[in-house]
Design a protein around this ligand. Structure first.
Ligand SMILES: C/C(=C\Cc1cc(O)c2ccccc2c1O)CCC[C@H](C)CCC[C@H](C)CCCC(C)C
Ligand SMILES: C[S@@+](CC[C@H](N)C(=O)[O-])C[C@H]1O[C@@H](n2cnc3c(N)ncnc32)[C@H](O)[C@@H]1O
Length: 232
């Protein structure tokens, strides 16, 4: 299953950023900035961006922590990581980012290492959500927070219908024109299976987080789960 997910993301790497910009009308950057703000990351911090893909969130996070901080971007797709690396090499000054090819369900980091964590559109794609939350909890320092951005199913039936129409009738045909129909057709069923905000909060409590809040954004079509590790 992990290999199928990795194959999906490896194959969309060449068009990934362009399609996200078009399909969200550029809005995904704003949603990612909200996640960074809610993660509590600040200048000088050591942060981790999980499921970093082509590096969008990690690059913004690196701007936030500045040259006294450091960001680790972790993903298991070599093709998306290569894009991330290229993007960071094109920047001046070079952002303080280390790109790490690894499985977020088994992070190659010690306990209590990070001041903040972010994850954009990753939790819906991992094969074991409770294990992913436990790993985030393990690597965060006491008192640190993580902000986890993803799609969400709105309660309002009209908005849910709009979201399904947009995913099936705009996103999939546009991807089909680039030969990537199957890959983008995967988003809608993965969202159907994805736990809603209140269930995500319960899973985060079970993973050990002391504070948990789910913020619906974009009229509930997206959400940010903000979780904090206890001080002690
Ligand atoms: C950055 C975004 C999605 C990333 C993403 C996540 C996945 O799980 C995928 C799985 C398989 C293939 C690709 C992806 C993938 O790219 C979010 C923005 C892109 C969305 C496709 C746009 C969805 C928009 C909302 C349903 C409605 C927005 C209304 C308005 C246009 C603001
Ligand atoms: C939709 S992309 C999100 C990329 C980026 N965070 C963004 O917001 O644009 C999901 C990413 O999760 C990665 N991913 C999924 N499961 C993973 C796992 N178990 N370990 C590491 N990366 C994983 C995929 O390779 C892909 O890059």
């Amino acid at each position: 299953m992990n290999q199928e997910i990795r194959a999906i993301f490896d194959s969309i790497a060449p068009v990934y950023d362009q399609l996200n910009n078009w399909l969200s009308l550029g809005q995904h950057r704003i949603w990612k900035e909200m996640a960074i703000k809610w993660s509590g990351a600040k200048p000088g911090d050591t942060c981790i961006d999980l499921c970093c893909g082509s590096g969008d969130l990690a690059l913004c996070l690196a701007r936030r922590v500045g040259n006294t901080g450091h960001v680790y971007g972790v993903d298991f797709s070599p093709n998306l990581l290569a894009t991330a690396q290229e993007r960071s090499q094109q920047q001046y000054p070079q952002p303080a980012i280390t790109w790490v090819e690894a499985d977020v369900l088994n992070l190659p980091f010690e306990n209590n290492q990070f001041d903040a964590a972010t994850m954009g559109y990753g939790l819906r794609n991992v094969t074991d959500i409770p294990q992913s939350l436990r790993e985030i909890h393990r690597v965060l320092k006491p008192g640190a927070k993580a902000a986890i951005l993803d799609f969400h199913r709105p309660n309002n039936p009209q908005l849910r219908a709009f979201q399904q129409w947009y995913l099936n009738s705009i996103v999939v045909p546009m991807a089909e024109s680039l030969g990537l129909k199957e890959q983008y057709a995967y988003i809608s069923p993965s969202l159907d299976r994805f736990p809603t905000g209140d269930v995500q909060m319960e899973l985060a409590r079970q993973a050990g987080f002391a504070s948990v809040t789910h913020y619906p954004i974009v009229n509930g079509m997206m959400g940010v789960l903000v979780v904090g590790k206890s001080e002690t």
